[in-house]
Design a binder for this molecule. Sequence first.
Ligand code: ZN
Length: 113
Amino acid sequence: MGLLARLMNKFTSAAQTPKQPGVEVTKDAVWVYVQCSKCGEKLALRLRKSSEIQREEAGNLGYQMFINKTIVGNKCFNRMQLRLEFDGAYRVVNKQLESGTFITKEEYENSAS
Ligand SMILES: [Zn+2]
């Protein structure tokens, strides 16, 4: 686990916020809002729960489901590495993004020109 991941863990466990900016969980999908750190493009991703979420079998890691996803935007070839971890109720307990940043849904929608 990298330094960033450890920092994120620390932050998440300290904050204990059920609401995670940049990630919205709906009935059958997980929406992720990110911004490319290279070109600034804002992206919204819809990840289907049925196909994208994997179960963590170990069971004692503080999360029960996770998503690993490489995101590539339309404007450049920067590859953003997304990782989300969920508890059994699909609540995000940890999230990481390399080469990009999480933005809010509002920030994404306001950028639409
Ligand atoms: Zn980009």
